[in-house]
Structure formats: C-alpha cells, structure tokens
Write a protein that binds this ligand. Sequence first.
Ligand SMILES: Cc1ncc(C[n+]2csc(CCOP(=O)(O)OP(=O)(O)O)c2C)c(N)n1
Ligand SMILES: [Mg+2]
Length: 421
Amino acid sequence: MPATETIVKPKLSRQQYLDLYYFMRLNREVEDTMTRLFRQNKIVGGLYSSLGQEAISVGSAYALEKKDWMAPMIRNIGALLVKGVPPRDIFTQHMAKYTSPTKGKDGTSHFGDLENLHIVSPISMLGDLIPVLTGVAMAGRYLGQKIVAMTWIGDGGSSTGVFHEGLNLAASQKAAFVLILENNQWAYSTPVRRQVPIENLADRAKAYGISSYIVDGNDPVAVYATAKEAVDRARAGEGPILIEAKTFRRRGHAQHDPAEYVPAEQREYWEKRDPVTLYEKFLTAEKILDAKVKKGIEDKINTLLEKDREFAENSPMPPAELAAQGVYCTGDDCHKIRPKWERPIAEVTPPKSSVEPVWIVEGFGRGKTSSRENAPIHFGDTQPSADEPAAKTKSVAKPATKPPARKPAPAKSAARGKARG
Ligand SMILES: Cc1ncc(C[n+]2csc(CCOP(=O)(O)OP(=O)(O)O)c2C)c(N)n1
Ligand SMILES: [Mg+2]
C-alpha cells in the first residue's frame, strides 16, 4: 500500500521564487480589494476569503502546464490568477457586472474558461468536481493530450460521498488527476477532529491504493515542489495523487461569519505562520527580495488592481431583458463543444429513448405473511389472489401448503395508476 510522502524542497530559479511571491501578493491584494468592495455593498452575494491559504492555491496551480486543466473551489482565487485569469474578471464576476465572464449571471468564482485557459467552473456541491476532473483527465488520455487535471477540496468536503466515489473512479481508471486537499482545520463551524476520525486526511488515499503527500500548506515552495512531483507522476501514467496541505482558515466561512467559535490559542498559533510573511523572510534571507524588488512588485500589483477595479466599478449591470438568456444550454448560442454521438441522436433522446416505467415481479408482496397494507409498493405488482381474501390488518398466517395461484396485474395500467399515486 502506498505510504504518505513528504518531499525535500528543491532549489528553484530566482524567477520561480519571485513568481510565487508575486502571485501570493496578488492573491491577497485582490481579496483585500474585494473585502473593501463588499463593505461598500458593491459585491453581489457572498465573499469567501483564502487569507493564510494563498501558498496552496498559488503553489499548486504553478505546477500546472498551460495545456493542463483545473477546477478551482471558492478559496482558490490564487489558482485562477496563476492560470492567467485577469483580476478584472474576478472583480466583475463578484460584482455581477455585465462585463464579467458569466455576464452577471453568477457570482463568486463560479466561472470557467474551457476554450483557452482550461478552467472548469466550480460548482457548489462539495466534492462533485472530483469525478468531473477525473473525466477531464480520462478524456485527455483518449485524445492523446498528455494533460493533467487538478482540483481542490476542503477537509469538510473530503467527507462527502462523491469525494470517495470520485477518488475510487480516478484510481481505478489511473487518471492523470491531482487532488489538493486543503485541511484548514474547519468546515464552517465544525473542527476537523469532530468530523474525521483520522489524524492525516492524506491517509484517505490508502483506501484507493493511490499515492499521497502531506505538505506544509503555508510554505509556497513546499506546496509547489510537492504539486510538481505529483503532476509529473500523474502525467507519466502513475495514476491519481492526493496531497493534503495543512493550513488554517484565518477568516470565517464567509464575510457574514465572525468565527467566534475558533479557540484563541489556535488562531494565535497560525497567525504567527502567515505564509506571505514567512516567505518574505525566506526570500530576504536568500537575497532574492530586497526593498527595491519588493516595491517594484507592489507597484505592479497596485497599478493593475487600480485599473481593473475601476473597470469593474464603471461596468454596467446586465440589461434586465437578458435575464433569461444563457441560463440553460441550448447548444449553438451556448458553446461550440459538440458531443460525439455514437448512436443516432434520435435513438438516445426522448421520445424514442423513453421506456414505460414498468417493473413486474410476479407475486411480489402477496405472500401469506404480507399485510397487503404496506405491500405492494411496486407498480405492476400483485392483485389479491383468488384463493385469499384481502387481509385488513397485519397477521401472521399459517405456512401455505401450496403456492397461491398467480395472476399478474395488467402491467401498463397498474404502472400508470400507481406511478402517479
Ligand atoms: C455536498 C455539500 N454539502 C454541504 C455544502 C454546504 N457547504 C458549503 S461550504 C461548507 C463547508 C466546507 O468546509 P471545507 O470542505 O472544510 O472547506 P472550507 O470552507 O474550509 O474551505 C459546507 C458545509 C455544500 N456546498 N455541498
Ligand atoms: Mg475546511
């Protein structure tokens, strides 16, 4: 059974170190800007924070190649930025502006880009992206693309059924899929120890016979190096890999949650381990970052965010008359991706594909011990047999000496009548 691994941090190039720093700072500044916009009542819907978790989003997405695919969760704005989404898309999206990727139809980071950046839009149902991204990885293999698919999940989300079903599917298909499990100690107000009876969530991988890693989620270099190794291994055909990144959710679940349930000592412990502060110290000690380089990066971020925030604020809300447009996929006006039908489309779509919901189990539910009040529960089922009067109350009858005569119900009419009842 594969053991959980940790890696020795490699040496990166100066540019790589600085890229990680830039994106972590950008991630934080984008979210700080949105917090101010939220307080000015300019954000539509909820606002989630990844404060203190930036090293995970940035470090893991930085390990992907341009052709690779990902699906971020709500706390992965850093991953969107690394993959190439401009801050203006994130601002307009959160403000439900007409200029946003969803034209104001959805909020938070619920948008994707299938054509260019290979980003599958997040969905709220925790865990559901795992089988979806497994499918993306499998499709990539059928098409000979050598791509890797990545998504993220929380400690809470790792307890959903679909997490396990998805990981099992990925493992049995040997999909080139990397799952980053962000253990930030809390799922809303539930501490991880109250919902998972194991110490390391990476151990969940053992159930599926796949490799796993544990990494310090507040160290961008460690996260990047671990994710890179996992991505390389997945691409080489070793199957899916689970990475548990240990961290802490520094804010409440969303803006509305003051998170007063978090013990002060726990907060204090993690506040001292702020990933940006720690990384700055490291870069300074390594002589990669000095006041001048830092100022250059800050100026670049400020200029970009100022421009993009203004663009978002000055953008119009969507016209009311378009409210119903683009809500349901109608084919051509929605996307250009075409399904490849192996069978004639008419054969697999209604009305041809429809079948009568009839299930006939002869004699089901009319044995002598049946009360006939609860059973039959299935349509197409029993009629009282000719030799037995219908029992009104539950009774235990003597064993039958000969099987009762069977007279199947007229299937279709019974089906229709009961299916609607
Ligand atoms: C299947 C499912 N159950 C419940 C929810 C409601 N919900 C949204 S976020 C959340 C907490 C998630 O905690 P965790 O997975 O640890 O992620 P974190 O918020 O800590 O990043 C819950 C319960 C949901 N979206 N989907
Ligand atoms: Mg959590």
